[in-house]
Design a binder for this molecule. Structure first.
Ligand code: HXC
Length: 514
């Protein structure tokens, strides 16, 4: 019977710990529309799949009366479980315990689960809800963050790292999510900033709310720190689960294959692009007309909308999509869209995900603002990312492929494996109007009918260069295809490149234009 007594004792100890910071703190958490740390884990993982580690870990701080304080599980829950059967390691900060602040043992729990994830080569999910460095623990807290950042970096490109911001993520704490692959935020709940409103008021005398400073919308639309925006925690968890289905467990594997499915008929690829090349269209409809079941999972939907990135499946296999969006600034490349695309290309390359690029780009955005914001450096990231990527690279030129945009958007010259062009493609140094005005300037100005001559010269230029055939004649385009043939050509090319191998020159690492 002695064992039964011990089991009861264990149960009582567990129950006490499971209460976290106590009922009052939990009520405060709920009043803000937030779940508790354990509820979040349960909502995200498969039912009954979670095993918790280090439930009984306690802090060791002694200063500022800390010896008298009990902080259950030291304010962070760690463990592992599954999502649709795929193993994941997870931590969730418990705001009800000392505001989820990060002390020595708290950070050691996080680094323990990070080490576990890396060793087991499984994805890591971190749920952040914390007041930052535990002030009473001084440099021990700072050391803890450093240990986390180091592991984020070492794990980068080996295992997927996912950050979920479900409360404050303040001060240096923001740098762990910033080092991970995907950041999820929820409206009115996520708050991310280096220095909070109090400090800003003291130092700069400016009043700003936490929401305006670093709320979910700010990071989804303006800073580009967040990759997925949700209205509720529930919606956020659904997004994370969906992402997990698209990515592999680690860089040594491919994403799980699914049952292939045809695109939906409502996305008719022949009807999406207007006849008039000056009219816009939604490139997401083109993607949906190509991918299995028309299921396109967009990443960074609200940021730099002039480029679209995300995942879909082709014949059941995960594929990354990068596409200029004519609906937004004519699909031009600029500082933000270059950053967005380059990072995604590198993600796909690190995790064995082939990339399909859909091109309709008038070039890089001109202007003083862009030049001074560093469009040279940021724009170069796209060239670097495509050139360096060794996963299968497939390109479809839909319409405009002008100037630097033509080269940057996964051209043959950056080692695209397959380049297809629709008959509507215009591959040229610049648009026909601009080109004719420059090269025929004298002729146009000296003619008796400048407008008529300009029209004639534009038509002449179009006839000669604004088509896919000049590039096709050089072998820069492998095939000019009808829009309706696109999926078939892409599926064929993906199958053909299943065992693609590339030998790159040996080096420690390159120097991307960061
Ligand atoms: C210790 C903390 C804490 C912290 C919150 N708490 N933050 N304890 N260290 N950093 C405690 C509070 O004392 C309180 O304890 C409980 O958590 C809940 O906090 P409240 O303030 O009541 O909650 P709320 O009103 O919701 O405000 C949340 C908050 C605020 C906005 C996050 O707590 C706050 O501003 N905290 C400090 C943020 C900060 O400046 N952190 C340090 C950043 S510097 P009781 O016992 O009363 O319930 C940093 C450097 C890292 O992180 C550098 C690494 C490179």
């Amino acid at each position: 019977m002695a064992i039964n007594k011990k089991i009861k004792e264990l149960q009582e100890k567990r129950e006490k710990m499971l209460l976290g910071g106590g009922e009052q703190a939990i009520e405060k958490q709920k009043a803000l529309g937030k779940r508790t740390a354990r509820e979040r884990i349960m909502a995200l993982l498969d039912t009954n799949s979670f095993i918790e580690y280090d439930l009984f870990v306690e802090h060791e701080a002694r200063d500022f009366d800390m010896a008298k304080k009990s902080l259950p599980s030291d304010g962070v829950i760690i463990g592992s479980g599954t999502i649709y059967g795929a193993p994941v390691a997870i931590f969730a900060q418990d705001f009800t315990v000392a505001g989820g602040s990060l002390g020595r043992m708290h950070s050691r729990k996080i680094t323990k689960i990070m080490d576990h994830a890396l060793m087991m080569r499984i994805p890591l999910i971190g749920i952040n809800d914390s007041g930052g460095a535990r002030i009473q623990e001084g440099v021990n807290s700072l050391a803890g963050y450093g240990e986390i950042f180091f592991r984020n970096t070492i794990s980068s490109g080996v295992i997927p790292q996912i950050s979920v911001i479900l409360g404050p993520c303040a001060g240096g704490a923001v740098y762990s999510p910033a080092l991970t692959d995907f950041v999820f935020v929820v409206d009115n709940i996520s708050k991310m900033f280096i220095t909070g409103p109090e400090v800003i008021k003291t130092v700069l005398g400016e009043e700003i709310s936490m929401e305006e400073l670093g709320g979910a919308r700010v990071h989804s639309e303006i800073t580009g720190n967040a990759h997925f925006f949700a209205s509720t925690e529930e919606e956020c968890f659904d997004q994370i689960k969906k992402l997990i289905t698209f990515i592999p467990w680690n860089n040594g594997q491919k994403a799980k294959a699914f049952e292939p499915g045809e695109p939906k008929r409502e996305y008719n690829i022949e009807k999406i692009v207007p006849d008039d090349p000056t009219l816009p269209y939604d490139v997401k409809d083109v993607i949906r007309s190509i991918v299995d079941n028309s299921d396109f999972f967009e990443v960074m939907e609200l940021y730099a909308k002039n480029i679209v990135i995300g995942f879909g499946r082709m014949g059941g296999r995960t594929t990354g999509f990068v596409a200029n969006q004519p609906l937004e600034m004519a699909g031009v490349l600029d500082v933000d869209s270059s950053d967005k695309a380059a990072r995604f290309i590198r993600y796909c390359d690190a995790f064995n995900i082939p990339i399909i690029t859909l091109v309709d780009v008038p070039g890089y955005l001109p202007g003083v603002d862009q030049e001074h914001a560093g469009v040279i450096r940021h724009g170069a990231k796209v060239l670097y990312a495509y050139s360096e990527a060794t996963v299968p690279k497939l390109t479809v030129i839909i319409r405009k492929a002008y100037g630097g945009g033509y080269i940057a958007m996964s051209s043959r010259h950056l080692r695209a494996d397959f380049v297809f062009a629709w008959p509507s493609a215009e591959i040229a140094v610049m648009g026909p109007e601009g080109a004719a005005n420059i090269i025929f300037r004298k002729e146009i100005l000296s003619s008796e009918d400048p407008d008529g001559t300009r029209r004639k010269k534009v038509a002449e230029y179009k006839e000669k260069f604004a088509n896919p055939y000049v590039a096709a004649a050089r072998g820069f385009v492998d095939a000019v295809i009808e829009p309706s043939e696109t999926r078939r050509f892409l599926m064929h090319s993906l199958n053909a490149s299943e065992n693609k191998t590339v030998q790159m020159p040996e080096k420690k690492h390159g120097l991307p234009p960061l």
